[in-house]
Design a protein around this ligand. Structure first.
Ligand code: GDP
Length: 296
């Protein structure tokens, strides 16, 4: 189920509830079941859906609500708050400061949109007057450096990488050192992805992170990976200190639920979303407007 459909299903469930003459436990349960079904279809993790349902039932105590209360509004508010809670881990991510060097390491599986997102992130800041730079520490995928180089050149962002060096740690260190000397304030390290979660990848991420000491590690996730999101995000979190999430391909047939799972697994906020292949198809992610849109 794509996000727009999810929003539609939730507002339909709320509408049905408000059509009922009396909102009692049964009507509330039906409404919550309907919403839970929609969330599950959008790939939100089962446990999160179950917890949400229990929380709302606890918060909305129909017996305690005096007759004059607008139950629909109270229930709607409770659902809104619960969805916001799922997307807000409670602590903001590291925010780099313009003019002060920050190293930002990107991690994620191959195909997640990592390289594209590195450039989008650099470009977004460059437009705001930053001095970003890109380091290609992906020595695993043939063509990775060329791709980064092409993207960076188009956006006029300095880059560093090698066609011959096979040690990603060495490249990462050299690139970061170089751009520190050049007073770049946002040094972005793109890493290798591989096709699946495997021990060698996580060990490599650990080493690159140890060597470059990033101020922030961003986990990049394809919005269409669905239920796999939780495990994938958690696996990265266990090897490096993931501090933020970027969800890509929100323009396609995106199942939004994966984003909620990634937040839960990494205890880190979503900071941007990718909404297309083009360099400026990139948006700051804000929880409340996102959930408002979702609820229609
Ligand atoms: P990497 O292997 O993780 O570095 O992934 P790439 O950056 O090479 O991206 C894989 C594919 O996804 C490319 O074809 C990108 O153009 C595409 N892509 C990346 N982000 C987005 C997005 O937000 N929307 C869409 N539609 N495509 C994207």
């Amino acid at each position: 189920m794509v996000l727009a459909q999810l929003g539609g299903s939730i507002s339909r469930a709320l509408q049905q509830m408000s059509n009922a003459t009396i909102i009692d436990e049964k009507v509330l349960s039906e409404c919550l079941n309907e919403i839970s079904r929609a969330l599950l279809q959008a790939d939100v993790q089962f446990k999160m859906v179950r917890d949400m349902q229990a929380n709302i039932k606890r918060i909305v105590n129909l017996d305690d609500l005096a007759a004059g209360h607008n139950k629909r509004r109270i229930i709607q508010q409770a659902i809104f708050n619960e969805l916001c809670k799922m997307l807000d881990p409670g602590k903001p991510s590291f925010i780099p400061k313009k003019g002060k060097t920050s190293v930002i390491m990107f991690v994620g599986l191959q195909g997640s949109g990592k390289t594209t997102t590195c450039t989008k992130y650099a470009y977004y800041h460059q437009k705001k007057g930053w001095k970003p730079a890109l380091v290609c520490a992906d020595t695993f995928r043939a063509g990775a450096f060329d791709q980064l180089k092409q993207n960076a050149t188009k956006a006029k962002i300095p880059f560093y990488g090698s066609y011959t060096e096979s040690d990603p740690v060495k490249i990462a260190i050299e690139g970061v050192e170089r751009f520190k000397k050049e007073n770049c304030d946002l040094i972005i390290v793109d890493t290798s992805g591989r096709h699946k979660q495997e021990a060698a990848l996580f060990e490599e991420m650990r080493q690159v992170s140890e060597a470059t000491k990033p101020n922030l590690v961003i986990f990049v996730m394809d919005s269409s990976i669905g239920q796999a999101a939780f495990d994938q995000a958690q696996a990265f979190k266990q090897s490096v200190a993931v501090g933020a999430v970027i969800v890509t391909k929100m323009d396609g047939h995106a199942k939004g639920g994966g984003a909620l799972s990634a937040v839960a697994a990494t205890k880190s906020p979503v900071i941007f979303i990718g909404t297309g292949e083009h360099i400026d198809e990139f948006e700051v992610f804000d929880v409340k407007p996102f959930v408002s849109r979702l609820l229609g």
